[in-house]
Design a protein around this ligand. Sequence first.
Ligand code: SF4
Ligand code: SF4
Length: 254
Amino acid sequence: MERRFECTACGKCCYGWLPLSIDDALGHADRFPLFLQWTPVRQGGKSYDLAVELGLTIKLKNRKRAAVRIEPISYVPPDMPCPALRKDGLCAVHDAKPRRCRAMPLSGGRAENDQDDLLIPKADWACNTTSTAPVVYRDKKIVTREAFELERKQLMADADVLKPFAELMLDSIPSLRLDLTKLAQRPHGGCMILSFSTLVPRLAYVDIYALAAKQLPVMASFAKLTSETPKHADEHRRYTASAGEWRRILDGAP
Ligand code: SF4
Ligand code: SF4
């Protein structure tokens, strides 16, 4: 079984949530509304072993476990374009675009044998999957590996920071462990979207005030964009709360 794929740069997949490396998040903090996505993956689920390597594990009932992935994301409603998507469908930050975008449609955050569905374009996407496109996946092995390997390497490096951070959060906020456990036991899973600012004290090289100065206008702008549409109520609430957090941080600047 082989799959062919070629990007024609239609920009149709540049909508909604975008997982980011820590460096990509910090490098585009003046553009992307940053949050942390916490996703439990139940034991036996797809890419579970990789999730254990990249995240932490929590106990469930019946001696089962779940791995929890923690990832920075650009948190944009699914029907809204990435802030870097230009009107002509091209990427405004092409030369510095995130690792995730470079690896598209493959994902370094998934096991190599779990990429099949990513190579099936959605109805309105203009990806070329005909016989003129190169073979990118054959017998569950990735053929063109470079961008995939770079993303995987970055995720492994980020895990060295994100895992101890997440352990600390679980130890200091008991309700977080409980909420993740409940989420992991739901039939269709799910994820939690939490503040990005809590991670910053773990990144000794980051000036939190400079970061707050970049994130505050981004959050305020997304809060405004989502203020009048009932379907964006959850996003609006998070942008507003996050803007408040970044404002409080800025107010405490020396
Ligand atoms: S950064 Fe560029 S390539 Fe990535 S989702 Fe945004 S517009 Fe698309
Ligand atoms: S939908 Fe397909 S063709 Fe369009 S930008 Fe995304 S990967 Fe490229």
